[in-house]
Design a protein around this ligand. Structure first.
Ligand SMILES: Cc1ncc(COP(=O)(O)O)c(C=O)c1O
Length: 381
């Protein structure tokens, strides 16, 4: 018997109720049935994303929605700053370059976060910068930044802020309106607990003004204006992934029933338990400012990441993620997003202990589970 146990930082495990919902017979999408579904999702998304702003829904993965934001928010004459501390930060700089946007790409050491000071320094020395883009939770390095502080700097300077919240929304505390995040982007297959294929963005009035006045947007399908206008009538400009929208409606119900504060608390506890467990069994946490939605653990000396991940998969059906680019072979990552609870986290730690023990890593068997249990006992009373 082999269960599928998805601990990757996306796609993430989907609740059975959502899977069942998506398996039910469906209607055509230009119908009152779909509009009702879409309207419900639009409202619930605002609650989950903690925003009063309009949320656009685009068929495509998170990258599609980010590309739409980069194109829409940078009319001719704009200058964008990206702070790049991992694979996804890099992607946003590459997209801007590909579209001929004047972009300042500030590379930072992987595993460190973009900071408010970095942004402030750029805005001070280069007043031509009109847009800043950062990654709230950089999945490739499992690192989170202080988005609230960055938001304050951008708001004070009158600069537009786009945040990649793809692995923070629905997992980490996020308050785009309060923090001054003009465009907060996320995707379906992470903490929102549905399969890949949808992307979302909350858009502030300030960002809308820029997007609407931008007559030079070289994108048809990823136009926020088209998505927004149709969205007003609970509709979509193109054929929607309506089965996913239906799954989304159920997944949002599940999140809202738990309550966002409780979701954040659970995810934070699962992340801390994993970090403490890792340390208790001799695995260093990679990031200098760890994200709570995913944990990156360093491979112990003398072992291979490939063997650890294969052991988890072959013996226990657990799917984890490796490192990307120069971190390949150095770290492996365990996600805390999606349909995962405290006991799933205890399970993955127990399995990791079994695998490491078999590979000859020296540690006290049970020390990781014990450390995790203590975290849950303390934080989830
Ligand atoms: C932080 C972050 N940004 C962007 C992306 C890209 O999103 P997608 O794969 O949905 O296009 C990912 C996906 O893992 C991510 O984790």
């Amino acid at each position: 018997m082999k269960k599928i146990r998805l601990f990757t930082p996306g796609p993430c495990a989907v609740p059975e109720e959502v899977l069942v919902e998506m398996a039910r017979p469906f209607e055509h999408h230009r119908t009152p049935w779909f509009k009702d579904l879409m309207g419900q999702c639009q409202e619930k998304l605002k609650q989950v994303l903690q925003t009063g702003n309009e949320v656009v829904i685009i068929t495509g993965s998170g990258t599609a929605v980010a590309e739409g934001a980069i194109i829409g928010c940078n009319p001719p004459g704009s200058k964008m700053l990206t702070i790049e501390g991992g694979k996804f930060g890099q992607r946003w700089g590459e997209i801007a370059q590909q579209f001929g946007i004047d972009v300042v790409r500030h590379e930072i050491e992987w595993g460190t976060p973009p900071t408010a000071e970095m942004v402030a320094e750029h805005l001070k020395s280069d007043p031509a910068i009109t847009t800043v883009m950062v990654v709230h939770s950089e999945t490739s390095t499992a690192t989170a930044c202080d988005l609230e502080a960055i938001g304050k700097v951008c708001r004070d300077a009158g600069t537009l802020l786009i945040a990649d919240c793809i692995t923070s929304a629905g997992a980490l505390p996020l308050r785009p309106d309060e923090w001054g995040v003009d465009v907060a982007i996320t995707g379906a297959q992470k903490a929102l607990m549905i399969p890949p294929g949808l992307g979302f963005a909350s858009v502030s009035p300030r960002a809308w003004q820029i997007i609407e006045n931008n007559k030079d947007q070289h994108s048809y399908y990823l136009s926020y204006i088209k998505a927004y206008k149709k969205g007003l009538g609970h509709d979509t400009p193109f054929t929607p992934a309506h089965v996913l929208i239906r799954g989304l409606n159920k997944a949002l119900d599940i999140l809202l029933e738990e309550g966002m504060e409780n979701v954040w608390r659970r995810v934070a506890a699962m992340a801390e338990a994993t970090r403490k467990a890792g340390e208790a069994i001799g695995l260093k946490v990679f990031s200098r400012r760890p994200s709570d939605s995913v944990t990156a653990l360093c491979c112990p000396e003398g072992l291979a990441v490939a063997d650890i991940r294969a052991g988890l998969k072959e013996r226990f059906g657990i799917q984890s993620a490796g490192g990307q680019e120069h971190l390949k072979g150095k770290i492996f990552r365990i996600g805390h997003m999606g349909y995962i609870d405290e006991m799933d986290t205890v399970l993955v730690i127990a399995a990791l202990e079994q695998v490491l023990h078999k590979l000859g890593h020296k540690f006290e068997l049970g020390a990781g589970v014990s450390a995790a249990q203590r975290v849950f006992a303390e934080r989830m009373r």
